[in-house]
Design a protein around this ligand. Structure first.
Ligand SMILES: Nc1ncnc2c1ncn2[C@@H]1O[C@H](COP(=O)(O)OP(=O)(O)OP(=O)(O)O)[C@@H](O)[C@H]1O
Ligand SMILES: [Mg+2]
Length: 388
């Protein structure tokens, strides 16, 4: 079956690169095998290890941008193209990560969107596995929300936070809806994988765990549970059932982190506050407590009505039952509405109005024709019952 991205002319009507990732084994891939699996469609450049040694000043500690589960990330200057890049070097001493490396190269060669990070190239010389990305000058969302040196990075203001949320929602919408005929499930949606450019445009990074979603009328694929604790949807964590709605749940978690400035799991917090979702659950039940959820670093500088609406979206995304979560396209619509009204803050009477957020908050926009649209349009948003 043809597998293509409808808005990317270059790659229409050829067999999917990423469909191949389903059949990947666990061994180490040579440069030639990567090219063969890519069927000549990998546009990313190949770099020699020597070139990247020069670009990173021998993987110098001073160039270090950060470190994740698969290895270290360095700032690198590519002389031939005069391009500043970020180079992720996978731990050369292990097989772990080899499959993720290949999935990342194949996925990012095929998928292109302003809210997905761009892969410049890669190096697969001998046992080296190195990914070369566009450099994102403002680092990760995680650094900005929870960075250990807050003095270096002033807190993000409300509008920037909403801009980031809208950007990543659009990135997910592209993966879920634009890629045909099956969606791509991102699977590792978390604050450290959201990178920010100089204007705080947000881009999703790390596609090593991404997975082709169900085809036809199937609602999910069953797979090994991978991802990051705290961000995983409950049904996926418990049963391995993965769907686009698992991404929507993780999106809801990140959105709540962005509003509250709290990590989803924070063992340094007192008991009862270590898990963000459990902490927020009782607060969602009473609209008067919504402002208690806003990040204190905002110092009250946010439109209260927008806060209510944002929390209503979060609550819908965090529902236990995947079918009752909105589609990401509905979320994008809701966020557009929030953006349009970002400067309007009508009087919201916190004291006298004890209702939870309801569908009326969203009555002025209409949602998609998806079967799930009732969650926003027709029925009240359930943030009062157990809808967390
Ligand atoms: N393209 C980039 N531009 C600038 N900084 C980057 C880029 N990619 C990664 N970084 C920095 O490197 C850090 C580590 O990224 P990495 O993806 O390896 O780990 P992580 O996301 O923290 O964890 P995980 O291994 O679970 O994905 C990021 O938090 C970010 O600060
Ligand atoms: Mg990452």
């Amino acid at each position: 079956m043809a597998f293509y991205v409808s808005d990317a002319d270059k790659i229409q009507n050829h067999k999917s690169l990423i469909a191949q990732t389903k059949y990947l084994g666990r061994g180490r891939y040579t440069k030639g095998e990567i090219k063969r699996l890519g069927k000549g469609k990998i546009l990313a450049q190949t770099f020699t290890f020597r070139e990247l040694c020069v670009a990173t000043n021998n993987f110098n500690y001073q160039n270090l941008l950060g470190e994740g589960g698969f290895g270290r990330v360095y700032k690198a200057f590519i002389r031939t193209t005069k391009q500043i890049t970020a180079v992720k070097r996978l731990d050369p001493n292990g097989f772990q990560g080899d499959r993720e490396f290949l999935v990342e190269v194949l996925m990012l060669s095929l998928l292109h969107h302003p809210n997905l990070v761009n892969l410049v190239g890669y190096c697969a010389d001998a046992n080296q596995r190195i990914l070369v990305y566009e450099f994102m000058p403002n680092g990760s969302l995680e650094d900005h929300l929870f960075g250990s040196t807050p003095s270096n990075k002033p807190p993000l203001d409300w509008n920037t936070r909403m801009k980031i949320v809208e950007g990543v929602a659009r990135g997910l919408e592209y993966l879920h809806d634009t890629v045909k005929p099956a969606p791509v499930i991102y699977r590792d949606f978390k604050a450290s994988n959201i990178l920010l450019d100089e204007e705080f445009n947000a881009k999703l990074s790390d596609f090593g765990l991404a997975k082709i979603g169900p085809i036809g009328d199937k609602s999910h694929v069953s797979t090994r549970v991978m991802g990051t604790y705290g961000y995983c949807a409950p049904e996926y964590a418990l049963t391995g059932k993965l769907s686009t709605k698992s991404d929507v749940y993780s999106f809801g978690v990140v959105f709540l982190e962005i509003i509250t400035g709290r990590r989803v799991i924070d063992t340094t917090k007192p008991s009862g506050q270590k898990n963000l979702i459990s902490w927020a659950q009782p607060l969602f039940k009473d609209r008067r407590k919504f402002t208690l959820m806003a990040d204190p670093k905002l110092e009250g500088n946010y439109p209260v009505k927008a806060l209510y609406q944002a929390l209503a979206v979060v609550a819908m995304c965090l529902q236990d039952e995947p079918n009752t979560r909105p589609l990401i396209s509905d979320v994008v619509t809701a966020l557009q509405y929030l953006a349009v009204n970002k400067d309007v803050d009508e009087d919201v009477d916190d004291e006298s109005d004890s209702e939870s957020v309801s569908g009326s908050e969203f009555s002025s926009y209409s949602c998609s024709t998806s079967p799930d649209r009732n969650y926003i349009e027709g029925k009240n948003v359930d943030v009062e019952g157990d809808g967390r």
